[in-house]
Design a protein around this ligand. Sequence first.
Ligand SMILES: Cc1cc2nc3c(=O)[nH]c(=O)nc-3n(C[C@H](O)[C@H](O)[C@H](O)COP(=O)(O)O)c2cc1C
Ligand code: SF4
Ligand code: SF4
Length: 250
Amino acid sequence: MIVYFSATGNSKYAAERIAAAINDRAISIEDDCYDIVLGDGECLGIVMPTHFWALPVPMKDYLQKMKLHRQGRHYIFTVSTYGTTAGCSGEEARHLLRDNNIRLSAAFQIKMPDNWTVAFDLSDKKKVEEQNRKAEKNIDRVIAMILDRKKGNFTHLRTPYMVYPITSKLFDKVRVTKNLTVEDSCIGCGLCAQKCPVRAIEIQNGKPVWVKERCALCFRCLHHCPKFAIQFGNGATKKHGQYTNPNVKI
Ligand SMILES: Cc1cc2nc3c(=O)[nH]c(=O)nc-3n(C[C@H](O)[C@H](O)[C@H](O)COP(=O)(O)O)c2cc1C
Ligand code: SF4
Ligand code: SF4
């Protein structure tokens, strides 16, 4: 089984490609799949984006709560999709799984368009198409390693796990919802509230209101808004465009 978290579709697409290649199914962790049953020789794949050089908040919570019911030998791997570096996400997953009595066999990474549009410009559709074409090869490469049941950490340009407490604190500072704003072009459709994985948005008087101090900062709302009315921070996100993976729907 492949379990995934995905805000803009990259990780969902990678999870579905991997599942098809190993004759298995891909399930979103938002579908409450906390009990995983693995028979002898079966695989568990865990696929997610990299957020601030580490795991996304929903995946971190999931790995702490998940219960694995297993028999015999099994192969458990993570795949971090990323734009510049997967940081220490593989290592973080290894630690969380170990605390949950689960041994990680391998950690992989797949480079895909970087949806952190605070820093990365995804407004040129041709360039984004090219990045997605290259991603196909990266997915194929990871699938080949999974089929060979390779063991080890195959993420590169890693940040040492030692720095995780620092980057994690930084992420906690950045993911305060007051950094997310809504423009007048909002039509009050409610999609952002429906799609938020941590229910941080409510529609009040026809406009989104962030009802939690912090959210997962996954950018799903920003990239899915039909009016591109949600922005983050100083306005760079407006210039850098919206992105969703063209091959899947979230
Ligand atoms: C808040 C946030 C932080 C991110 N941090 C990183 C990062 O540290 N390193 C990186 O390479 N990509 C980073 N990204 C980019 C995503 O990991 C990448 O685009 C991923 O493929 C998105 O997957 P998804 O479409 O499944 O959500 C970040 C994206 C967001 C929204
Ligand atoms: S998705 Fe966009 S248009 Fe719809 S309510 Fe949210 S901000 Fe407004
Ligand atoms: S408010 Fe937006 S960025 Fe924050 S977790 Fe919800 S969908 Fe993601």
